[in-house]
Design a protein around this ligand. Structure first.
Ligand SMILES: [Zn+2]
Length: 302
């Protein structure tokens, strides 16, 4: 027997199989794990293509050598290559449980840009990884086709490995993405309102929650480490800026965060200049002044 799930009903182009199908010669324990994995992959694929109607012992049969048309790009591969890893969308698509449309030449058609599908196939064929400049693009394809082993290996080479290290730092600031979006939105509104080519924003980036002024007031310095909640309120303060980042506890400093901001804005195609324009001079309590550094970001739109 092949598949413990209910047989699916007749469908256009379906080929009747006599109760046996590829992958059928396996033990019962592995079968249930395999069915669960296939179900997960099915769920992903079902967003694109409905499964065969239930009720009869019908399934699609694919040729041993499969001609493919991925958004107009032609590929040819073995069926076993497409089914290399069971818990993937490709394996689900070519499991026989789904109808895959064909083009005029009989190639199985997937309506997706096929630019990097060759790299995906090469991984399934031989485990080869793409050259560094294509790693990000192929990672996106691996996500679409839900190919876990490829995702895992790509995330272990540059530039994605470094990106994981960077994200470990940015993970300290759960608001990072929202604030980044705010920078872009404020810069857009400001430029549109003023009919300007660029917009300027004030961004506060501070690593420490409050400045230390031991020379001026050593006693207050100790508050920083053993302060009660009411002490904390004395220091509660929002600088008069558009967006604030901080505080965080890490080796990475203000310049590292600025690097992240500029990199991520540049990745959105924005031209960004920034410079420190001073510190917040708001008086907090006793000898304490805010002193958080304020940067002016200039975002040029065109
Ligand atoms: Zn301030």
């Amino acid at each position: 027997m092949a598949d413990k799930r209910k047989p699916r009903g007749p469908y256009y182009g379906a080929v009747l199989l006599g109760g046996d199908a590829p992958g059928g010669r396996i033990g019962a324990g592995r079968l249930s794990a395999q069915v669960a994995a296939a179900d997960r992959a099915d769920c992903r694929w079902e967003a694109h293509s409905p499964p065969l109607p239930e009720g009869s012992g019908c399934s699609f049969q694919f040729p041993e050598v499969v001609p493919l048309n991925i958004g107009g790009a032609h590929f040819t591969t073995r069926l076993s290559t497409l089914r290399r890893y069971e818990d993937t969308m490709l394996a689900a698509m070519f499991s026989g449980r789904h109808y895959i449309p064909t083009d005029a030449e009989g190639r199985y058609f997937i309506d997706r840009d096929g630019t990097h599908f060759g790299d995906v196939l090469n991984f399934l064929r031989s485990g080869d990884l793409p050259p560094r400049e294509r790693v990000r693009a192929v990672h996106k394809e691996a996500q679409y086709y839900a190919i876990g082993p490829l995702l895992e290996q790509l995330e272990n080479v540059q530039p994605l490995k470094g990106e994981k290290v960077r994200q470990a730092f940015l993970g300290l600031m759960p608001y990072y993405k929202d604030h980044l979006e705010r920078i872009v939105e404020i810069a857009r509104l400001r430029a549109v309102q003023r009919k300007a080519r660029f917009a300027k924003l004030k961004v506060c980036v501070f690593k420490e929650e409050m400045p230390i002024t031991p020379y001026e007031c050593p006693l207050l310095n100790s508050l920083r480490f053993e302060r009660s909640e009411s002490d904390g309120q004395l220091f509660e303060h929002h600088c008069e800026v558009d967006v604030s980042f901080g505080p965080w506890e890490a080796v990475a400093d203000v310049y590292d965060l600025l690097h992240c901001l500029v990199t991520d804005l540049a990745a959105q195609g924005l031209t960004v200049d920034h410079q420190c324009i001073g510190v917040c001079d708001k008086h907090l309590v006793n000898h304490y002044y805010c002193k958080r550094p304020i940067y002016e970001f200039k975002i040029t739109w065109w």
